[in-house]
Design a protein around this ligand. Structure first.
Ligand code: NAP
Length: 314
């Protein structure tokens, strides 16, 4: 039996339903209800809003063979707890790269051009006429764009801004010779990158090493004309500090898609000026979400049929 913790789109649900008995929790399921639902599962399909820990794995029981995450980021899954119990864990890399990189570009432009403030003013009747001094922002052409984490999504985002005429600098754990060569990108230490960049975009995974890697001091380095974008994960950033830096003018603008305690968002951030805030929609295109559903199902089917899954992470 396969348990879908919340909801799996037909591109993934249909191939699973053809082969296995399904049990589905729905979008409103609580963690307590899930503990009951998973009992006896051979496979469990989860999304980033579902923490998978020892308690949930034990509630599923000894028959559990695979946990398939409907996401590339897997900070919701305790991989060590999976490994200890001999449970395979999988994710959905690649199929959401384009969608997420494009959303990071959209947030870059929205924040750089103060689009949220401008639209709010127009809708609320505060637009009194063309004003040459209003909403002056930053052009991507000629800007230095700092990419933190030059992996699949970071690399694609770097290509997009490079195509618009930006200079690309980056941090990663290892040098990316192909990006240096093909994009003229330069690797830097984090603090050097923050000082050098007009735009900083986060694409590293959530981990103990990246936890709150961007706080008040780092935002100050990005500076009063700088743009900060986060489409990776909320825990990399001190959200209140972003709100405070926007309020004080220490930071130019921000475009955020992810938050520390989703779906809660810091009230300081909600009230801050020059911020474009989206509800975790990085992968929300038809192509990416169908691809993620299909990939999650392929991983489940492979493990339950005794084959190596295409996207094993534990
Ligand atoms: P990826 O290919 O694994 O790339 C991650 C990059 O981060 C790699 O270049 C890695 O460096 C770098 N990195 C790891 N630890 C780092 C550290 N401590 N400091 C600096 N860089 C570090 O992953 P991806 O597919 O691009 O996805 C990236 C993240 O995006 C995911 O983990 C997920 O959280 C997030 N995401 C969000 C959405 C959304 O809806 N907003 C959608 C998809 C993904 P090395 O290459 O040197 O190891």
């Amino acid at each position: 039996m396969v348990v879908i913790a919340r909801l799996l789109l037909p591109a993934g649900r249909d191939p699973l339903a053809e082969r296995f008995e399904l049990r589905e929790g729905g979008l409103e399921i609580t963690q307590a209800e899930l503990l009951g639902l998973v009992s006896g599962a051979a496979a469990l399909v989860v999304d980033p809003s579902i923490p998978v820990d020892g308690e949930l794995l034990d509630a599923a029981g000894d028959g559990l063979r695979v946990v398939a995450n409907f996401a590339v980021g897997h900070d919701n899954i305790d991989l060590a707890a999976c490994a200890e119990r001999g449970v395979v864990a999988t994710n959905t890399p690649g199929v959401l790269t384009e969608a997420t990189a494009e959303l990071a570009l959209a947030l870059t432009l929205a924040a750089a051009r103060r689009m949220s403030d401008a639209e709010r003013d127009l809708r609320d009747g505060r637009w009194t006429g063309w004003d040459p001094s209003a909403y002056r922002g930053l052009e991507v052409r000629g800007a230095t764009v700092g990419v933190i984490g030059l992996g699949r999504i970071g690399r694609r985002y770097a290509e997009l801004v490079r195509g618009m005429g930006a200079d690309v600098v980056y941090t990663a754990r290892s040098r990316k010779a192909d990006a240096d060569r093909e994009l003229g990108a330069r690797m830097m230490e984090l603090s050097e990158l923050l000082e050098a960049s007009d735009v900083v975009s986060l694409h590293a995974p959530s981990s103990p090493e990246t936890h709150r890697m961007i706080g008040a001091a780092e935002l100050e380095l990005i500076g009063p004309r700088g743009v900060f974008v986060n489409t990776s994960r909320g825990p990399l950033v001190d959200e209140d500090a972003v709100g405070a830096a926007l309020e004080s003018g220490a930071l130019g603008a921000a475009g955020l898609d992810v938050y520390e305690k989703e779906p809660e968002v810091s009230s300081r951030l909600l009230q801050a000026p020059r911020a474009t805030l989206l509800p975790h929609i990085g992968s929300a295109t038809v192509t990416a979400r169908d691809g993620m559903a299909r990939t999650a199902a392929e991983n489940v089917i492979a493990v339950l049929e005794g084959r190596d899954p295409p996207n094993r992470i534990a």
